[in-house]
Design a protein around this ligand. Structure first.
Ligand SMILES: Nc1ncnc2c1ncn2[C@@H]1O[C@H](COP(=O)(O)OP(=O)(O)OP(=O)(O)O)[C@@H](O)[C@H]1O
Length: 429
């Protein structure tokens, strides 16, 4: 392609903050990293590790007041606090329990609220009493109204996901189709043979993070804020090449712990193209067809890799179609998936360079995100205006879209930042 684009383009924007994902990154993105982002200490006493302090702490060990057995790491303060404080939300959530009789019967719950601060066994008894009195809410139902529960068997609302993708994700017919198919098939299968592994590829600002947010919300209602959804960002969590072994160990411990606590955990790895070769291979055993690994089954977990690697290959194919006068929507998965898997495997800067994950066919789908055109940018501007509660002003829509830069030089078809800077540009109008 005439315009060789740097796959790192757009990363600066990401680091600067703003938007759901950047906000998350600011918090310490691996779910529950303490806000103070304290660093883990290595065995040799080196405190320079950028790995989130909580990463090596399996969740099941982090019950209230539980002792963290690994002295070199600090517990996940936010998660721990949330769990310990869980019952304080009971009175706030009470209006949800309809009916006076029911409210009266839930009296013990209010008592539980008070008792929670004292000791957890009493809370359990109070909850049991409340559920027995109400008669039609099980202990679990009641508990899960007030605390986030891992509902492994919960079915996916495929039509809601379909609607959301079709309404909100612009210009990505392949991603919409494959993600729907993959998730519906996986979640409908009561006995999957391996975890679902999706690898999302494409230019900056084409919607990879946006989609992973939608997927996360459809799997766990709190989405990226859920205790069962975990986001890793390579440059934030695995920056140093000399710590690969440490990252591998911590990643294994982190995933093992979280899947033990919730089998349907979701793990999102952003900036795969910035991940040092070999790091991701540490999780290969978890992605394989094993029934269990050390007593833990990973088969219901979902792994998503997000990467700019392969963006040039996708663009080339899209351009070929365009130049041949063919419709964008005519591009099929088979036109891109094989090219992507080979391209990524041979690309030293893909995070999956010569990776056993590809070698062993452990990635279920390579999902291409097509470069966005002028009309898609306009759609993003309109969506953003609506999200801000403003009326759509077509003059502003055009002005914002025309401020974006397009490539290749001659044809100027594709936005080089996708829809990424739309939000900030709109602020000036
Ligand atoms: N295809 C799209 N449809 C609708 N909105 C989009 C699309 N692509 C991007 N956006 C908008 O632009 C924002 C930035 O996109 P997003 O972070 O998903 O890009 P990305 O592909 O993950 O980029 P990067 O590779 O740089 O991380 C999104 O939050 C969303 O508002």
């Amino acid at each position: 392609m005439g315009d060789a684009h740097d796959s790192s383009r757009g990363r600066d924007d990401k680091a600067k903050g703003g938007g759901w994902k950047r906000e998350e990154a600011g918090e310490g993105v691996a779910r529950g990293q303490p806000r103070d982002a304290s660093r883990a200490t290595h065995k040799d006493g080196d405190t320079d590790s950028p790995v989130p302090a909580n990463m090596a702490v399996p969740r099941e060990r982090r019950a209230c007041g539980a002792e963290v057995t690994q002295p070199e790491v600090r517990p996940r303060l936010r998660g721990l606090g949330a769990r310990c404080r869980g019952w304080r939300t009971v009175s706030g959530a009470m209006p949800r329990a309809a009916g006076l009789g029911r409210a009266a019967a839930l009296g013990p719950l209010l008592a539980a609220h008070v008792v929670a601060a004292i000791e957890p066994i009493s809370v359990g008894i109070a909850l049991g009493a409340a559920s027995a009195l109400t008669g039609y809410l099980s202990y679990t139902d009641l508990y899960c109204r007030f605390a986030e529960c891992c509902r492994e068997e919960q079915r996916l609302n495929a039509s809601a996901l379909k609607l959301e993708l079709e309404e909100k994700l612009f210009g990505q017919h392949l991603a919409t189709e494959v993600i729907l198919k993959a998730l519906t098939g996986f979640k409908n299968n009561k006995n999957p043979k391996k975890p679902l592994t999706l690898s999302l590829h494409g230019w900056a600002g084409t919607g990879k993070n946006f989609v992973s947010q939608i997927v996360a919300e459809n799997l766990h209602s709190k989405g990226l804020k859920s205790n069962f959804v975990h986001l890793f960002v390579s440059t934030l969590h695995f920056p140093h090449e000399q710590h690969i072994k440490l990252y591998q160990d911590q990643l294994q411990g982190w995933i093992r712990g979280n899947v033990s606590a919730c089998a349907s955990s979701v793990f999102i790895f952003d900036e795969m193209d910035k991940l040092h070769p070999g790091v991701i291979d540490a999780i290969k055993p978890f992605l394989d067809y094993y029934e269990q690994v050390d007593g833990v089954s990973y088969r219901k977990a979902i792994f998503m890799f997000l990467s700019n690697a392969g963006g040039d290959l996708i663009t080339k194919t899209a351009l070929d179609f365009w130049r041949a006068g063919r419709k964008r929507e005519d591009i099929q998965l088979k036109d891109l998936e094989p090219v992507l898997s080979v391209g990524v495997f041979n690309n030293k800067h893909s995070g999956l360079w010569r990776s056993g994950l590809i070698d062993r066919n452990l990635i279920d789908y390579f999902i291409p995100f097509l470069p966005l055109e002028y009309r898609h940018v306009k759609m993003c501007v309109r969506a953003e205006m609506r999200a801000r509660g403003s009326a759509v002003d077509e003059d502003i829509v055009t002005r914002v879209a025309e401020e974006m830069t397009f490539f290749p030089k001659g044809e100027k078809i594709y936005s080089d930042k996708g829809c990424k800077t739309v939000q900030s540009r709109l602020d000036f109008h």
